[in-house]
Write a protein that binds this ligand. Structure first.
Ligand SMILES: Nc1ncnc2c1ncn2[C@@H]1O[C@H](COP(=O)(O)OP(=O)(O)OP(=O)(O)O)[C@@H](O)[C@H]1O
Length: 713
């Protein structure tokens, strides 16, 4: 083996060593900067006081300004105060995945540890924790799932429910559950004291098992912290039996709030104008603009690019970065990347970026004052998406995204008096969503009396009863409303809407689980087909290549299979991963398929596949026998059926609601129209629409869903 010349080795060592020293110096500087920043946060000056309050109170409500350091610092204070000394964990829940991930990254950096070691995060389908994790950020939904496996949440010494003001359905269920867990753990401590008495009488079988249970339940009390910048502290305090509320005063940097003099009639237009006004007139700093949804974001993105092209050389250095919930996680993370040197970045976001996150570089926030709100009518099963005014709490959170690294400005595109008329807080999601998932989760947690569950704000009785009925008809519950075995338990284990979970279980019986797995994955992401306004005809022609006269579910399976074929060819040709992705992207463009959505669906597919395999379901395919697949769709989605009446309009069988097939459906243009259809979504936009539709034979209904259609047979 040739020896390495001495001089080369020395040179390399020198240059490598020099680089290392430089890197070390830079790391040290950055650590010092972070340390300084941490010390200057408002919460830093009250560390001792907060720790004492946590020690004194089992439940504490912490209210502090946005950016004061609650989310990143409080868990570290508690860790340093010894709350993890016995190997227990401090859990911090966030309503959104993106917040859980980015805050965990930041805290790991602050602690100078590798992410996933002392500090980690866990979100659906992604667990970056290890046995040494002591500070764990996670979504509220994930902690609920953990409770399914460990009802006492025994590994946690403290649970912090962050951004509680958002009142997501998961937060509300979690609050009720945590109250129970707290009580159960306190009771189990009392039992532990009594264990000695049992010890003397171990002959009795019952007492022996109590002893075992006591020995297993070596619990410490569970501390709870409810936290937010815009919290109705009194309401939370009452709910937690008069829990103490503490207020952290002050914020790190000021945010100047600017209102319009007149109401804005066209808020997207006003947003566009404000973006360019800031770009031309204001100093350096990135912009965060809040819009209501994907379509609005994409159209704003196009308009910005058109305008940038008209700007003179030098002032055209403006780039955009979208973030909304339909984007795959790694693309959501793009907004956190710094803009290229000399460029200004405009982040176009939905309310996904409204709470908790710190996006480096943001100096200006544009808040048009609107948000898309989902609401559900339990009687008709109709979901509506309406653009509504935000609440004061949301306005406060939005402005709080500026002023995190230096002074900031927030442009509210409404008048000051309009602000004063906004509602204080948003209606809790639990009062406006389909509760089937909540009910299923609670049942799986052993809480059978849903109507009696101690919700902070009770959903309507009708909503609960309708969900119980739905789960009963789907076989998730027994006649006495207990979780059925195995179906109910299996459904609760799958991280999907109960209707989709049931479809996978049914599909394994119908021997078409492969097809249903594809359909459910494709239905779990944003729209797969892409039709740019200027290429409508081409896009429609492309869609026809995949479409089926039987409906959308088969069209989705066709797209997935064709894309898999495209990937397989490249993989067989041993192309590198990047080249394969590039080829898939090209294939998507040629076929007017939304590449991002397809990638996302492939991700969801592989993750759910893992779950169903783990559950022991048989992954079989019906091949080209789409009749079998349609029968399976009928057996799965029998609650969502619409029939065409003599007047040729469709009415749902569940509520008699008049509906139309959505124009995006492959069945919307088909003639003659099918007499009977199943659908996945019932939404009101401009009128009542059903989306994701498949033609079925009405005679299948009494055969495949006799529990619902028996009367017709
Ligand atoms: N990823 C990050 N990059 C840079 N600075 C960060 C990051 N995360 C947090 N910070 C800094 O730490 C400060 C405190 O953030 P933290 O999230 O703890 O505040 P908070 O009080 O929880 O705010 P909010 O109520 O808005 O969630 C921020 O204002 C910012 O200066």
């Amino acid at each position: 083996m040739p020896s390495v010349p001495n001089n080369v080795s020395t040179q390399n060592q020198q240059s490598g060593g020099g680089r290392k020293t430089q890197d070390d110096r830079r790391n040290q500087q950055s650590r010092q900067w972070i340390l300084q920043q941490r010390k200057s946060l408002p919460v830093a000056s009250v560390e001792k006081w907060i720790v004492e309050e946590v020690k004194k109170n089992d439940t504490l409500i912490v209210v502090g300004e946005t950016g004061s350091g609650k989310t990143t610092q409080l868990p570290q204070f508690l860790y340093n105060a010894g709350f993890c000394h016995d190997g227990r964990v401090i859990g911090i829940t966030q309503p959104r995945r993106v917040a859980a991930v980015t805050v965990a990254k930041r805290v790991a950096e602050e602690c100078n540890v590798e992410l996933g070691q002392k500090v980690g995060y866990s979100i659906r389908f992604e667990d970056v924790t290890s046995s040494s994790t002591r500070i764990k950020y996670m979504t509220d939904g994930l902690l609920l799932r953990e409770a399914l496996l460990d009802a006492y949440l025994s590994k946690y010494s403290i649970i912090i429910v962050d951004e509680a003001h958002e009142r997501t359905v998961h937060t509300d269920v979690l609050l009720g559950l945590l109250k129970n867990v707290q009580l159960a753990r306190s009771n189990s401590i009392v039992k532990q004291h009594n264990c000695g008495d049992v010890d003397n009488n171990t002959q009795n079988h019952n007492q022996t098992s109590t002893l075992r249970a006591c020995q297993a339940l070596k619990y410490t009390p569970l501390k709870l912290i409810i936290m937010s910048a815009s919290l109705d502290a009194r309401g939370f305090s009452e709910y937690f039996g008069g829990a103490k509320a503490v207020y952290v005063q002050g914020r790190q940097y000021p945010v100047e709030i600017l209102y319009t003099y007149q109401p804005e009639k066209d808020y997207p237009d006003a947003t566009l104008i404000t973006i360019f006004q800031i770009h031309i007139e204001e100093g350096p700093g990135d912009i965060l603009a809040f819009l209501t949804g994907q379509e609005e974001i994409e159209s704003m993105d196009r308009l910005i690019h058109e305008r940038v092209r008209q700007l003179p050389e030098g002032s055209n250095k403006l780039i955009t970065a979208p973030i909304h919930s339909s984007l795959p996680s790694e693309q959501q993370m793009n907004v956190f990347k710094p803009a290229p040197s000399g460029f200004r970045k405009v982040i176009l976001a939905t309310n996904i970026a409204e709470t908790s996150v710190t996006i480096p570089g943001i100096k200006y926030v544009i808040d048009p004052g609107w948000v898309k709100v989902r609401s559900y009518n339990p009687v008709t099963g109709m979901e509506s998406l309406t653009i509504s005014e935000i609440s004061k709490a949301q306005a406060l959170q939005r402005s709080g995204r500026a002023g995190r690294e230096g002074p900031g400005k927030c442009f509210r595109l409404y008048t000051e008096s309009a602000f004063s008329e906004l509602k204080d807080s948003t209606v809790p999601e639990i009062k406006r969503c389909n509760l089937a998932n909540v009910v299923l989760q609670l049942k799986a947690l052993g809480i059978d009396d849903i109507l009696g569950f101690d919700f902070m704000e009770k959903p309507s009785r009708t909503a609960i009863v309708k969900s119980l009925e739905q789960l009963l008809l789907q076989g998730a519950l027994t006649d006495d409303c207990k979780l059925s075995d195995p179906v109910g338990h299996q459904m609760a284990r799958l991280p999907l809407d109960p209707m989709y979970s049931k479809a996978l279980i049914v599909a394994s019986e119908f021997k078409c689980l492969e097809e249903m797995l594809i359909a459910v994955s494709m239905l779990s992401v944003e729209s797969i087909f892409y039709s740019p306004r200027d290429k409508m005809e081409e896009a429609n022609a492309a869609k026809k290549r995949f479409s089926s006269p039987e409906g959308d579910h088969i069209a989705l399976v066709n797209v997935y299979r064709a894309s898999a074929e495209c990937l397989e060819k490249r993989n067989n040709a041993k192309m590198k991963e990047k080249a394969v992705e590039k080829a898939l992207n090209k294939w998507c463009r040629e076929n007017f398929i939304n590449y991002r959505a397809l990638r996302h669906a492939r991700d969801v597919h592989s993750q759910i596949k893992g779950h169903v395999e783990h559950m022991g379901l048989v992954l079989s395919s019906c091949g080209d026998d789409m009749l079998q697949f349609r029968r399976c769709l009928t057996a799965s989605f029998f609650l969502n059926v619409a029939r065409r009446g003599p007047d040729r309009s469709y009415r749902t069988t569940a509520s008699g609601q008049s509906v139309h097939i959505h124009p995006s459906s492959v069945l919307s243009e088909i003639k003659p129209k099918p007499d009977c259809i199943i659908f996945n979504e019932l939404v009101y936009t401009t009128q009542n629409y059903v989306r994701n539709v498949t033609r079925i034979d009405p005679l299948w209904l009494p055969e495949l869903a006799p529990q619902y259609y028996a009367a017709e047979s």
